[in-house]
Design a protein around this ligand. Structure first.
Ligand code: FES
Length: 261
C-alpha cells in the first residue's frame, strides 16, 4: 500500500443557487401587456394634454367649454408678445391629483420604472439605493390629500359647465355635446369621490362607528365606490379627452352638434 496516496478528488460542494438574470419570472402569462399598455396610454395622454394646454385655441363653442380650459379665469395675458394659454393655470391641479393618486402611482411606477413591472416579476435592474417615497420628488406624493381638495373644486366647476351645456340661449336643450358633458362629469365625480383620501377623511380615525352613524354611512358608500377606483380613473381619463376633442371639433367646424331638444 502506498504511503502517499494521491488525494481523492472530492465531490464539488453544492453551489448556492445563483440569481437568474433579471427579470426573474414566476409567471408564465403575458404579464408585460399591462405595463406596456399603461405606458402607451399614459404617455399619449401626457403628450395630448400638453399640446392642448399650449394650443390656446378651439376650446369653446357656444355653451360648451373644454374641461381642459375650465374655468376661464385668466385670459388675454401675454408674455414676450405671446398669449398665455388659460389652460396652463388650470391643468396643474387635476394633473397633480392624478399624478399623486394611489392607483395611478402603482400603474405608472410599474409602467415607466419597471421596478418591478408586475407582481411576481423581478426588478429589471437591482438598485441598492431604493428609498421608496422618502426622497424628492417622490415625497410630494404625500400631498395627495391637498390635491383632493382642489379636485373637488374643479368637479364643482365642471358640474356648472355641464349645467350650462343644457342651456341653449336661456332655453333648456339637449345636444350630443350636453350628453358627453354629463357623462364626463359623472365619471369625474365617481373618480374623485372614490379617492382613498376621501375614504380616509370620511371614515378614518373613528373608533366607534355606531357613535358616528353619518360618517359610517358615508364611509360605506365611499368604500363601495373605491372598489372600482381604477376603473373610474381610466374611464374619466378617456371621457375628459373625448369631451375636449368634441368641443375642439365643433369650434373648428369639423363636426356639428346634433340637437335632440
Ligand atoms: Fe386615486 Fe385619490 S387615490 S384619486
Amino acid at each position: 500500500m502506498a504511503l502517499h496516496e494521491a488525494p481523492t478528488s472530492q465531490a464539488p460542494a453544492a453551489r448556492a443557487p445563483q440569481p437568474r438574470p433579471m427579470p426573474q419570472l414566476q409567471r408564465h402569462d403575458a404579464w408585460w401587456v399591462q405595463p406596456v399598455v399603461v405606458a402607451v396610454v399614459l404617455g399619449a395622454f401626457a403628450v395630448f394634454a400638453t399640446w392642448r394646454a399650449f394650443e390656446n385655441a378651439n376650446y369653446q363653442y357656444e355653451n360648451y367649454l373644454s374641461p381642459f380650459y375650465s374655468p376661464l379665469i385668466v385670459t388675454g395675458w401675454s408674455l414676450f408678445g405671446r398669449h398665455i394659454s388659460p389652460a396652463i393655470f388650470i391643468l396643474p391641479f387635476p394633473l397633480f391629483f392624478r399624478a399623486t393618486c394611489y392607483y395611478y402611482r402603482k400603474a405608472y411606477y410599474r409602467a415607466f420604472f419597471w421596478d418591478p413591472p408586475a407582481c411576481a416579476v423581478g426588478e429589471v435592474a437591482k438598485r441598492h439605493n431604493y428609498t421608496g417615497e422618502r426622497e424628492f420628488p417622490f415625497y410630494l406624493q404625500n400631498l395627495h390629500r391637498y390635491a383632493f381638495y382642489f379636485a373637488v373644486i374643479v368637479v364643482v366647476i365642471l358640474w356648472w359647465d355641464t349645467f350650462l351645456a343644457f342651456d341653449f340661449g336661456g332655453r333648456f336643450g339637449v345636444g350630443v355635446g350636453s350628453l358627453i358633458f354629463l357623462a364626463n362629469i359623472v365619471l369625474l365625480s365617481l373618480y374623485t369621490f372614490s379617492c382613498h383620501s376621501w375614504r380616509h377623511l370620511s371614515g378614518g380615525c373613528v373608533n366607534c362607528f355606531s357613535c358616528a352613524k353619518a360618517r359610517h354611512s358615508i364611509w360605506e358608500r365611499v368604500t363601495h365606490l373605491n372598489e372600482n377606483h381604477a376603473l373610474w380613473a381610466w374611464l374619466s381619463l378617456f371621457s375628459v379627452v373625448i369631451t375636449d376633442l368634441y368641443v375642439r371639433g365643433l369650434a373648428m367646424g369639423v363636426i356639428h352638434d346634433v340637437r335632440f331638444l
